[in-house]
Design a protein around this ligand. Structure first.
Ligand SMILES: *Cc1c(COP(=O)(O)O)cnc(C)c1O
Length: 457
């Protein structure tokens, strides 16, 4: 068959539209989309003919091909994945997972009408922050609170409200970059505050701050170096000392503590991470932190502190642009409520449950996953091995949590190709590879997700 004859084999669009399969597709997806996909598929066939391919066998499959493409087009690209990396706060995988119970609550509130900004007692306009403000005050000891889109937005709003066109003093050792291009100097610039760097990379003394205070100073900012640790000849100034200095000069003290820790993690065998309560108690006037790091809630930037400053922030026009939506408000309230009783928090908040999980429990979970994988008769060597998990999300960077993994060494394909296959499943499974094996750290795999491994069959 020559090319001309091949071109002629491609049915005309009108003919294709008359097919019964097509009318079904039109019913489901509408004429416009079906037409678009027909054009794409037939154009592709013409390209193939031009390149010398023989397309004979493809004609009958044409309606089916259009159907497959329409299904793909209409199904979400944003999907659930199984996190087998062991990194609890995996920023690329959506940071903190939320519990089923909490999600049901969020769906009930945010799925319909709610009292987001409606005062039910009085029957008039309410405030969207009212649902979380008193809760946050009680939990942190602060006078007032609010929340915005994320912690980057919180820092921006704080500086814009409290120090626009003024100088803000920051230690050189705290001019950090956090994943996703949060850079302290850049956020400051965008907020309209002027950065005054003091000290050196490794050492900053209280005298460095004091010498930098002048006419134009608007605030002192302390930033938690969340995602790295400096060791050796280092020094930074404690928040208490900064608080005394700030008071002496009648300046506000702002602290970005990164991860919103509300409980003492040391109790659970982790390294101490500064808590919000400690910052408030130590005299920070305004403290901000993320909702979806160690707090284990939705993406948000929570701000707590002195009432006068928080009230000013609520009035700032930027707040209108950065405010949380009803999904976040519902999620924050329900997650924060758990913290009223620490036992509830560590049991019901997935992030806390995961980072606290003990070795025996993890080993048992790994054995159960191995048994499931053994049942699939994969062409692979499957074992349970000790490993280390990370907290991630720019929190506790040097902490390595002892954990257990199921390791898979494929015997009939390469480790790299199996890793890729796992990523391309209907419910993708994201894994680490090490020593030519897939490492499935069970810390971040919920028992009820084991069923997704049956896709490997
Ligand atoms: C993570 C982090 C941020 C950014 O928080 P997002 O909620 O991701 O915007 C800002 N500052 C510090 C110190 C952080 O650790």
């Amino acid at each position: 068959m020559n090319k001309k004859e091949q071109y002629r084999m491609i049915p005309k669009t009108d003919v294709l539209l008359e097919l019964e399969e097509m009318s079904e597709l039109i019913q489901r997806f509408g004429r416009e989309l079906v037409l678009e996909q027909i054009h794409l598929v037939t154009d592709e066939l013409r390209d193939r003919i031009r390149e010398g391919e023989v397309i004979e066998g493809r004609i009958e499959g044409l309606p089916q091909e259009v159907g497959v493409r329409l299904e793909k087009l209409m199904s979400p690209n944003f999907k659930k994945v199984v996190n087998a990396t062991g990194t609890v706060l995996h920023t690329n995988l959506g940071r903190a997972p939320l519990s089923k119970v909490h999600l049901e609550h969020i769906a009930r509130i945010a799925g319909g009408y709610s009292n987001l900004e409606y005062e039910l007692e009085e029957g008039g306009r309410g405030h969207r922050y009212s649902h979380i403000e008193s809760l946050l005050c009680r939990l942190t000891g602060a006078e007032a609170a609010m929340a915005v889109n994320n912690n980057a937005a919180a820092v921006m709003l704080i500086l814009n409200t409290m120090a626009r066109d003024k100088e803000v003093i920051v230690s050189r050792g705290e001019l950090v970059e956090i994943g996703g291009k949060f850079r302290v100097p850049d956020v400051m610039k965008a907020s309209g505050a002027k950065l005054v760097e003091v000290g050196t990379t490794n050492k900053t003394h209280d005298s460095d701050y004091e010498e930098a205070i002048g006419e134009g100073t608007g605030a002192i900012l302390k930033v938690h170096t969340s995602n790295f640790e400096m060791i050796g000849f280092t020094q930074s100034v404690e928040i208490q000392t900064l608080s005394e200095l700030a008071k002496k000069h009648s300046l506000p003290l702002i602290q970005d503590i990164g991860s919103g820790v509300l409980i003492d993690l040391e109790k659970y065998g982790l390294k101490h991470e500064p808590t919000v309560q400690e910052s408030v108690r130590a005299g920070a006037d305004v403290v901000c932190f993320s909702g979806d790091k160690l707090l284990g809630g939705p993406q948000a930037g929570i701000i707590v502190g002195k009432r006068e400053y928080i009230e000013e922030m609520k009035k700032n026009q930027l707040t209108r642009a950065l405010r949380i939506d009803k999904f976040t408000a519902a999620a924050l309230e329900i997650v924060l409520k758990e913290y009223l009783c620490e036992e509830h928090a560590v049991r019901n908040i997935p992030v806390l449950r995961m980072i606290r999980m003990g070795k025996e429990e993890l080993e048992e979970r790994a054995q159960r996953l191995k048994a499931r994988l053994d049942g699939l008769a994969l062409e692979a060597e499957i074992e349970v091995e000790p490993c280390f998990s990370q907290v991630g999300g720019g929190s506790l960077p040097v902490e390595r949590l002892e954990s257990f993994a199921v390791t898979i060494r494929p015997t009939s394909c390469s480790t790299a190709s199996m890793e890729e296959d796992l990523r391309r499943l209907e419910v993708p499974i994201v894994v680490r590879t090490a020593n030519d094996k897939l490492v499935l750290d069970v810390r971040t795999i919920e028992e009820e997700e084991f069923v997704h491994f049956d896709q490997l069959r």
